[in-house]
Design a protein around this ligand. Sequence first.
Ligand code: NOJ
Length: 754
Amino acid sequence: MKCNLFLVFILLALTACKQTSSNPNNKDMDRFVDQLMSQMTLEEKIGQMNQLAIGFDITGPILNEGVEEKIKAGSVGSVLGIYTPEATRKLQELAVKESRLGIPILFGYDVIHGHRTIFPLNLGLAASWDLDLIERTARIAADEASADGLHWTFSPMVDIARDPRWGRVSEGAGEDPYLGSLITRAYIKGYEQNDLSQNNTILSCIKHFALYGAAEAGRDYNTVDMSRIRMYNEYLPPYKAGADAGAATFMTSFNEIDGVPATGNHWLLTELLRDEWGYQGFVVTDYGAIREMISHGVGDEREVAELSFKAGVDMEMVSELFYQYGPELVKSGKISEKVINKACRRVLEAKYKLGLFDDPYRYCNEEEKAKRYFTAENLAVAKEAAIKSMVLLKNDNELLPLDSTKKIAFIGPQVKRKRDLIGSWSAAGDYNQAVSLWEALDSKFGANRFLYAEGCNLLEDTLLIRKLNGFGSKIERSEKSSQYLIQEALNIARRADVVVAVVGEAFSMTGEAASRSDIQLPENQRELLKALAQTGKPVVLVLMNGRPLVLQWENDHLNAILETWFGGTMTGPAIADVLFGDAVPSGKITMTYPRNLGQIPIYYNYKNTGRPIHEEQKYTSKYLDVPNTPLYPFGYGLSYTTFEYSDLTLETGHAPSVQEISINIKNTGKYTATETVQLYLRDKVASITRPVKELKAFQQIELQPGEEKTLTFEISENDLKFYNSDLEYRAEPGEFDVFIGGNSCDTKQATFTY
Ligand code: NOJ
C-alpha cells in the first residue's frame, strides 16, 4: 500500500512539475496541492507545520529528539540547523523514501550576511547605501547556501532599531524606515530572484514580525509597547515592503504587541498581514516562541498552541506544541480543520515553487558545492562590500590615507586576531579563512616594514570573557600584565610617525542575546588609547564592532576614526586598501551615534515637541549636561575628498512628480570618490505631528577631482503620504521643507507647497 501510494505520488509530482518547472502556474500548483492534501491525514497536515532543530549552530535552548522517527512518520515539514549536501540528503531520503507520502523536507538556516563567503555584518552593508551591492551579496549567499543543501534563509532582519544597546542592531539596516524598506527589497531580490524554480534561489524570510527592534531599554526579547501611529509610520514599513515584494516567508517576533505576544497575535498575523496587506507566503514562528508564550503568561501548552493556530501561524519552530496538541484541538472543535488546511497548503506551495516535488535532492548536489563556495568572484564582492561599508568618522588634517613610506605602528588586539572578523550570525563561515589586517599588510607591503604591539587584551573582565567564550569567542588574556602590554605599546608608538590603533568589540558582544548596558569601548582598550594619545603621535582609531558605540572621548582626543564593523572574510585587505588610499571610504552610518548613554534612544527623525530643543533656553526639551545633538548623525560619513553642495533649485514637477528639486555637487578635493546625496522632507503642518525630517530619496554619484554634476530629485505625492490618526495613508496639502545634503544634519534647505 505504502509503495503504491508513493508511486502514485511521484507520478503526480513529476507530471505537475514538468509543466511548471520554469514559471509555476498557480492552477497546476493548486491541482497538485489539492491532490496531495486529499491523501493526507490530519496528523500529516500538522506535520507540515512542524519545524525541528537538529545539528550544529543552534540558537536556542532546545534541540528536538527523535527527529528521524518523526520524519519517517510524516510529522516534520522542515528542519533547521543543518547544511551540506551530504547531511541534508540523508534526511531528505528518510522523508522521501520512508514516509507514507514522501513529502520532501524544507531545510532552513540563518544565512544572514553570507553563507561560506562572509560579507560585513548587515548594519555595515546598510552603511554602503548601495542597493545593488546588497542584492549581489544576497545573491551570492543564496548561491552558496543552495549549493550546500539549503532551501530557506531566515533573512532579512528588517526590524527598525533606535537603541544601540540592543545587540541585534548589527543584523538590521538601522533606524530609517525608507532606507530599511529599500534594503529589504534588495535582499529578497538577491535571495529569490523572483523565481524560486531556479536551483540556486532560496526562500527569504522577513523577520521579526513585528517591532522586535523596539524592545524596551535595548534588552533583547524585552516588552514592546507602541502606538499604532508610530507603528504604521515608523516601524512597519520595512515589513510591508517585504510583503509587497512577495517574500516567501515571514517570521514572528518574540515580543508582545498590545499585550499579546506576536506569535499568538491575531491582529498582527491575520488582520494586518493577511487581510490588510494581502500576504500570500507562509509564517514561521521564531525559535520556541509558542512555548515561550507560557512565560509571557497567556496560557498553558494547549492554550498557547491554540492561540497561535488561531492567530495565523503556519509553521512552528522547534517547540512542537502544534504537533502535540493540534490533532486534539481539531477533534475537540477548538480549532477548525480549515485553519490547518490553509497552513499546510502554504507550506506545500513553498515546496512546490522550489521544485522540491520535482527533485527533492536538487539542492543536495555534492559536486556543485565545490564549484560555488568561496570563488574568486565571491571574494571580490566580499572585499568590495567591506570597503563600501566602512565609515570615516573623523579625519583631522587629512591624516588618512597613510603614507606607506612613513614609520607606522599597528597596535591593538584586533590587528592580528581573526576570530571576530566574520561577526555574529556568520552561518557556515569559517573565521580561519578570513584575512586579518596584519596578513593583508604583509601581502600588500611585507609586514616587517611596520611596527606592531598587542597593546592590551581584547577584554579584561573575566566574567564577561567567560560568558563570551561560552559562545565561541576564544578570548584569551595575555600572560603579560596590562601595564606591561601598554608599556610595550608605548615603546613601539614612540618609534613611529603614526599610530594605528585597532580595537573594538568581540563578535559575540553583538547579535542575539548580546545587549550591553554600556556601549563604550571596553575600559582596558580605552586606557590603551589614552596612553597612546599622550605620546603626542597622531593616532588613527580603526574600530571593529557591531553597533554604534559611545565615542565622545575618542572623537575629542584621537586624530582619525575609521568604523570598519566586522567586515567579513575580506576584512584585512579592505582595511589595508582604505588606510593607504587604494580605496576611498564612502559609507554613511544608518544609526545615530550618541554622545553618551543617557541620550539613547536618539534618532534623526524625532518629533519637535511643543518645546523644541534650544540649548540656551531653560524650559525646552533637552538635557542640561550634554550637547543636544548626536556625536555623529544619521547619514554621516566623511571621504578623503570634499564635496560642495550648491543651493537648491525648485521647479514644479511633471506628473506623477509634484516637485522637482535640483542641486549641484562638486568634488572639491583631490580624490575620485562616491558621495551619497540624501534628500529629507518635513511636513510643516499636518493633522498629526510629523518628524522634523524624514529620508525620502538618495542618489549615489562618483565624481573626479574638480568634477561637478547636477542631480535632480522628483518628489511624488506618495513621498508626502503618511498614516493619519484613522490610519489612512494620505498626503495633506501645505508647505514642506526639503533638505539635501551629505548627512541628515548638514543640508541645504528650501520650501515648497503641495
Ligand atoms: C532565533 C532568532 O531570533 C532568529 O532570528 C533566528 O532566525 C532563529 N533563532 C533560528 O536560528
